[in-house]
Design a binder for this molecule. Structure first.
Ligand code: FAQ
Length: 318
């Protein structure tokens, strides 16, 4: 990779590092790494952690309104899993020197991004199912690729997260397929949810490759093993036939299969994507407001833990 090196990094260090990546070795926290590799990973992993935590909000709103006890217990488990994913990911970013306080400040002040998808509202119970089927489905495609990435702690976190997301994906699909085969009202509810979530799910995999400024460095360093468009293609190829088989209509009049059998989509509204990320459209204000409120509500817990640790009781057996 040709680049101007920072003053304290040498061409030899970079060559040795790139050779490790080329050999498929995992980079571990104490290993030498370019400052830019570290910065890119902290950016990406912390945004991913924020996405998991903010991602609890659109579904969490439905816990009290789940239609049956079975669906309620599944949803509670799913939302808890997302909190756990946030924890693994914040820890993975901490191994690179980022502190939890810095990362949370960046989220709560609006400086850090989180996934565009969580700025969309959940209007009906079918939105919960569609998030499981499409949003977890898209997330798994991206994260299965990241499970092979060059940074050890991130790669290992992805393996664990993907197995849990697979359960999320299955429960969403099972729910939507049941509604698609249910009463006319249930079928309509499932279709409306698909109409709302199809395009945002396509967008969440990131801008087209030509408009993705980070992809070059990330793929050179073995962090991104597939491009945004490649992952999006995998997502479409898996989900289009399944949605059609469920009897649903995909809201894209240009959708068609090419000669290789790949499903090709119509134009994506990138103006909407950027507006949602910038907080000009969608629920960014409400999502951050909810996180800020939760942070303030939890202040007494953090203070109590600090006081407990300061008294030297943190080590005591219980
Ligand atoms: N939303 O150069 P690229 C989940 C930004 S987890 C917001 O292509 P990159 C689980 C990007 O940051 C979902 N911003 O960026 C769940 C960059 O801005 P920056 C989250 C986005 O990093 C399910 C700029 O655009 N997953 O859903 C988005 O190479 C259900 C240019 O873009 C991850 O975070 C977006 N969608 O590729 C939870 C996976 N896309 O930072 C609850 C890890 C792009 O330079 C319920 N992250 N941007 O200012 C990644 O794989 C990558 O970061 C991409 C973007 C692929 C998201």
């Amino acid at each position: 990779m040709s680049q101007t090196l920072p003053p304290n990094e040498t061409a030899e260090q970079h060559a040795a590092f790139n050779a490790r990546i080329a050999r498929g070795e995992k980079i571990e926290p104490g290993d030498w790494m370019p400052a830019e590799y570290r910065r890119q990973l902290i950016r990406m992993i912390s945004q991913h952690a924020h996405s998991e935590v903010v991602g609890m909000l659109p579904e969490g709103e439905w816990i009290t309104r789940a239609p049956t006890l079975k669906r309620k217990t599944i949803l509670i488990a799913k939302v808890q899993d997302e909190a756990g994913h946030g924890q693994y990911l914040y820890h993975a970013a901490e191994t690179l020197g980022a502190t939890r306080e810095e990362m949370l400040d960046a989220l709560l002040s609006g400086k850090a991004k989180y996934s565009s998808i969580f700025n969309y509202p959940t209007y009906t119970w079918a939105d919960v199912g569609m998030i499981g089927w499409l949003v977890d489905g898209a997330a798994i495609k991206n994260q299965t690729m990241l499970a092979g990435c060059s940074y050890g702690p991130y790669s290992r976190a992805m393996v664990r997260i993907c197995s849990e997301e697979t359960f999320h994906h299955k429960q969403g699909k099972e729910m939507i397929v049941a509604y698609a085969q249910g009463t006319p009202e249930q079928r309509q509810m499932a279709q409306d949810a698909l109409n709302r979530w199809w395009w945002p799910s396509m967008m969440m995999l990131g801008p087209h490759d030509a408009d993705s400024p980070n992809s070059g460095a990330l793929s050179g360093w073995g962090i991104k093993l597939k491009s945004n468009d490649e992952v999006r293609q995998e997502f479409i190829n898996e989900h289009v036939p399944e949605l059609l088989e469920a009897g649903l209509t995909i809201p894209d009049p240009d959708l068609h299969q090419d000669e290789q059998g790949n499903w090709k989509h119509g134009p994506i509204n990138w103006d909407e994507f950027w507006a949602v990320i910038k907080g000009q459209q969608g629920l960014n204000k409400e999502r951050l407001g909810a996180r800020q409120h939760a942070h303030e509500d939890g202040a007494w817990v953090r203070e109590a833990m600090q006081a407990y640790a300061a008294r030297g009781l943190g080590q005591a057996a219980d």
